[in-house]
Design a protein around this ligand. Structure first.
Ligand code: FES
Length: 155
């Protein structure tokens, strides 16, 4: 949505929102925090300060609804999405996008980008091997219903 001529000036030139949402282990959509986004957000914040990049704000965000690409981040007002998995990715985004005004194309997530195959996602999914099976409890817990109700002939 375009800004209006009557809108007040920007308080920050750019916002760097990194999803730090955490879901329970094994959730089918995974979560960015489970992929290490909290540490990456902290790193981005400290590194932006260290580099002296002015007029930007690095924030953690709740789920950005592009979980399957996680860890995800979006930079506004441009609305450019990135997948950043390492501190080297964060360095490149800070330097190229926020300092030089360019784009890190290899990390960008397009608006129509397909969700990656589950096998390529970094977190456990429903199809991951399940934990070792626990032995079934002994009688009477797994006895037929009639036996549990006392209708089974006594031995
Ligand atoms: S959990 Fe990060 S975008 Fe949803």
């Amino acid at each position: 949505m375009p800004r209006l001529a009557t809108d007040p000036g920007l308080y920050f030139e750019a916002h760097f929102f990194m999803c730090t949402n955490r879901r329970p282990d094994g959730h089918p959509r995974g979560s960015c925090a489970a992929s290490g986004s909290e540490k990456l957000r902290d790193y981005a914040k400290a590194r932006a300060k260290e580099l002296g990049i002015k007029g930007i704000r690095v924030n953690g965000a709740a789920c950005l609804d592009r979980c399957e690409f996680g860890p995800t981040l979006v930079i506004y007002p441009e609305g450019i999405w990135y997948q950043a998995r390492t501190v080297a990715d964060i360095d490149e985004i800070l330097e190229t996008h926020l300092r030089q005004g360019g784009r890190v194309e290899r990390l960008m997530i397009a608006p129509d980008q397909k969700i990656p195959e589950k096998s390529l996602r970094p977190w456990p999914t429903r199809s991951s091997p399940s934990p070792p099976h626990r032995a079934a409890p002994e009688w009477p817990y797994c006895a037929p219903p009639a036996r549990r109700r006392g209708l089974w002939p006594r031995l």
